[in-house]
Design a protein around this ligand. Structure first.
Ligand SMILES: [Fe+2]
Length: 177
């Protein structure tokens, strides 16, 4: 095999690939959970959520491919088994339940926020520990995508909580964030 000479040690590349495999595993689980809720959701916001989650799982599909291909570009191998994804993921699966729409949204918002916190740490590690500016930049872009998806999900729940609470105006609720 041809030696990789891109200014990163093998140790650094291995370290970065390990971080990327964790992000890949989380993205895969999030894809599965998003797709399941896209199928299962019912209620007055069915169409909005059904379509939002279709957009999200399409974005996650691209994320997954980019993560796996970046691992290959650094000389590593992406996880490619369901058991491997479960072992490496930091977010949790929920077995055999069909929650209400709000709970679905809350769970996915929590998952995206977990992924964002992980990515923030991984960006710092790539930059400061491994001196891999390319991956730091790549993961920063992914983090921004998750931040947008988390915002969209939180917006559903925040809209719900305003109902029946006349003391809270929309303006005040927005300014909390
Ligand atoms: Fe669909």
């Amino acid at each position: 095999m041809r030696k990789i000479n891109i200014g990163l040690s093998e140790e650094a590349r291995n370290g970065v690939c390990d971080l990327l495999n964790h992000d890949l595993a989380d993205a895969y689980l999030l894809l599965i959970k998003t797709k399941k809720y896209h199928w299962d959701v019912v209620g007055p916001q069915f169409r909005s959520l059904h379509e939002l989650w279709e957009e999200h799982y399409q974005a996650l599909t691209e994320t997954i491919d980019s993560l796996a291909e970046r691992i290959r570009a650094l000389g590593g191998y992406p996880i490619g088994t369901a058991s491997g994804f479960l072992k490496y993921a930091t977010i949790q699966e929920h077995q055999d339940d069909v929650p209400g729409a709000n709970e679905m949204v809350a769970r996915l918002a929590d998952d995206h926020e977990q992924v964002i916190r992980n990515l923030r740490e991984h960006v710092d590690a790539c930059d400061e520990k491994y001196n891999d500016q390319g991956t730091a930049d790549f993961l920063t872009g992914l983090m921004e995508g998750h931040e947008e998806m988390a915002w969209m999900l939180r917006s559903f729940i925040e809209g719900e909580s305003l109902k029946g609470d006349n003391s809270t105006t929309g303006k005040q609720a927005v300014s909390v964030n």
